[in-house]
Design a protein around this ligand. Structure first.
Ligand code: SAH
Length: 218
C-alpha cells in the first residue's frame, strides 16, 4: 500500500534532507530544488513513510532499489543538466531519478529491463505531472538508437565496462555519468565525448549500486 498525501511534516523532512545534502557537498541549486519538490515517499510502500527522507537507499520491487538521495544528487550534479537537454537514463527503477531530471526541465528517455518495474510506472500517480518523460522496456546496453544522439547519459546500475553503443549515442560535447566496477563497490566516472570523437574520463567517489545486467527480464 502507498499513501499519496504530501503533508507539512513530509515537506519539513524533505527540507531537512536537502540541508543534509548541502552539508555533504551538493551545491547545484537546481538539483536541490528538484529534490525539495518531489515527494519521495510516494515512491515507497507506506511502511517506509517515516524514513523516506533519511539519506539512504530503499528496497522496491524485484529486489531492486531506489537510490540514496545523496547518490541521485551527486550523479545529477555531475551531469550538469541544462533545460531542454535530451537525457538517456539506464535503470528506471522507481522512476525517482527520471523525475528529478524532468523537474530540471530535461527531456528524459529512461530504460528498464525488468518488465514489472516498467509496467508499474504506467499507473504511478506522479506520471501525469511529468509528461515529457518517455519510458522504455529494454536492455540499457543497447540504448535507444532511434532517439539518439543524447546530450547526456546517466547509468544508475553498476556497469562492468562502458557500453560502446552508449558512447556512440552520445552527442559530441555530451557527457555520460556511470558507476563502473563489479562487486560491492563502484567508482563514479564522467565520460565526455570530444569534438574529434575521442573521450575524456574523469574519476570521482565510490558508491554501491545493483548490477547492470544484460538482456530484458520478463
Ligand atoms: N534510477 C533508479 C534506481 C534504480 S536501481 C531510481 O531512481 O529508482 C537500478 C535499476 O537498473 C534496476 O531497476 C534494474 O532493474 C535496472 N537495470 C539493471 N540492468 C539494466 C539494463 N541492462 N537495462 C536497463 N535497466 C537495467
Amino acid at each position: 500500500m502507498r499513501k499519496y498525501e504530501d503533508t507539512y511534516r513530509h515537506k519539513g523532512l524533505r527540507k531537512q534532507l536537502v540541508d543534509s545534502l548541502k552539508q555533504k557537498g551538493i551545491t547545484d541549486e537546481k538539483v536541490l530544488t528538484a529534490i525539495n519538490n518531489i515527494p519521495r515517499h510516494y515512491f515507497m510502500e507506506s511502511a517506509f513513510d517515516k524514513i523516506a527522507y533519511e539519506d539512504r537507499a530503499f528496497p522496491i520491487a524485484e529486489g531492486q532499489t531506489i537510490s540514496q538521495p545523496y547518490t541521485v544528487a551527486y550523479q545529477t550534479q555531475l551531469l550538469e543538466v541544462k533545460p531542454r537537454e535530451k537525457i538517456l537514463e539506464i535503470g528506471t527503477g522507481s522512476g525517482y531519478q527520471a523525475m528529478v531530471l524532468a523537474e530540471m526541465d530535461a527531456h528524459v528517455f529512461t530504460i528498464e529491463r525488468q518488465k514489472k518495474l516498467f509496467e508499474e510506472q504506467r499507473n504511478f500517480i506522479l506520471r501525469k505531472d511529468y509528461p515529457s518523460i518517455k519510458y522504455f522496456y529494454g536492455d540499457g546496453y543497447d540504448g535507444l538508437p532511434t532517439y539518439a544522439p543524447f546530450d547526456k547519459i546517466i547509468i544508475t546500475a553498476a556497469a562492468p565496462f562502458v557500453p560502446p553503443k552508449l558512447v556512440d549515442q552520445l552527442k559530441k560535447g555530451g557527457k555520460m555519468v556511470i558507476p563502473l566496477g563489479e562487486g560491492g563497490v563502484q567508482v563514479m566516472h564522467r565520460i565526455t565525448k570530444n569534438e574529434d570523437g575521442t573521450t575524456t574520463d574523469e574519476v570521482f567517489d565510490k558508491f554501491s549500486f545493483v548490477p547492470m545486467v544484460e538482456g530484458r527480464n520478463n
